[in-house]
Design a protein around this ligand. Structure first.
Ligand code: C2E
Ligand code: MG
Ligand code: MG
Ligand code: MG
Length: 282
């Protein structure tokens, strides 16, 4: 049977240590260097208010400019960062980069736009987290109202994370529940957490098509959220029909390729100027 186990092991290595695993291993090895060499950058995607058709906030989305693998998107490395614990220093770097950017836009005379960052449940649960955030805001001279945190349902299930969410909210940081409609918790957990915004996941928005289907899940989510005094943002809005439908259904904000793709920080001022000029003539 030792022989059998030996054979099994061979098979395991043959079949499982494929190119993707090797890449993941190499990525994990280069996390620390990536941070030290400032290879992580943020792209910013506009969130548009449906009442005024103005960009009222932007979401910061992390990318990794890897020296060997090129520009990497979060689906390639966030999972690895979570499992290795690297998501904690990475998440702090993201908040630092976002706050530095707010400061730079302010210096450049841009109309202030609050920035939303994605925060992992692990990061949120760390005892030092709220203090570190306060330090960054202070160092960058950014007011807490300019920072928003996008959290997931998983974070609302962790006791320590919930305590921190109350603390952050009291400090004036706004909280958004991301990817709503993909998990299990639904509205029940929302009462325990001081969330200001609900982001309806792209998978639900994509069910709104140009048919006469009234997508009852999306419309009832919007109604329920408003009953709880939450702002509602639709994610992954890709068509004009979806915008019209969402506006009729009472949605507050839209985000997606139809409005604007995530872009480097230096492109945002030009984008805003163009977008607001177009809207004022429309
Ligand atoms: P998310 O927070 O739900 O972000 C929205 C994702 O949808 C982004 O992908 C965005 O580029 C994409 N998206 C936006 N509009 C559209 C659209 O109209 N159509 C389609 N098909 N996609 C659209 P991205 O940048 O690849 O990020 C993926 C996920 O990675 C994010 O989902 C978020 O959960 C995570 N992530 C991104 N940045 C960070 C970060 O700094 N920290 C942590 N912990 N997670 C992050
Ligand atoms: Mg998000
Ligand atoms: Mg989302
Ligand atoms: Mg998502």
């Amino acid at each position: 049977s030792a022989k059998q186990a030996g054979r099994g092991q061979y098979r395991f290595f043959d079949q499982s240590l494929n190119r993707k695993d090797v890449e993941s291993f190499l990525l994990e090895q280069s996390f620390a260097d990536g941070l030290g060499n400032r290879e992580f950058v943020l792209h910013y995607q506009p969130q548009v208010d449906l009442e005024t058709m103005r960009v009222t906030s932007v979401e910061a989305l992390v990318r990794w400019q890897h020296p060997e693998f090129g520009l990497l998107y979060p689906d390639r490395f966030i999972g690895l960062a979570e499992s290795s614990g690297f998501v904690i220093p990475l998440g702090l770097e993201v908040i630092r980069l976002a706050c530095e950017q707010v400061g730079q836009w302010r210096k450049a005379g841009l109309e202030p736009v609050p920035v939303a960052v994605n925060v992992s449940p692990h990061q949120l649960a760390r005892p030092e987290f709220p203090g570190q955030v306060a330090e960054i805001l202070e160092a960058c001279q950014v007011s807490p109202g300019m920072l928003e945190m996008e959290i997931t349902e998983t974070a609302m299930l962790d006791k320590q994370a919930v305590v921190h969410l109350h603390e952050l909210s009291k400090a004036g940081i706004r909280l958004a529940l991301d990817d709503f409609g993909t998990g299990y918790a639904g509205f029940a957990h929302l009462e325990a957490v001081p969330v200001d915004k609900l982001k309806i996941d792209r998978s639900l928005i994509s069910t709104i098509c140009n048919s006469h289907d009234d997508s009852p899940i999306v419309s009832s989510t919007i109604i329920l959220a408003k009953r709880m005094a939450l702002k509602v943002v639709a994610e992954g809005v890709e068509t004009r029909d979806q915008v019209v439908h969402l506006k009729v259904a009472g949605c507050d904000m839209v985000q997606g390729y139809h409005l604007g793709r995530p872009m480097p920080a230096e492109d945002l001022p030009g984008f805003l100027e163009h977008f607001h000029r177009l809207e004022s003539v429309a």
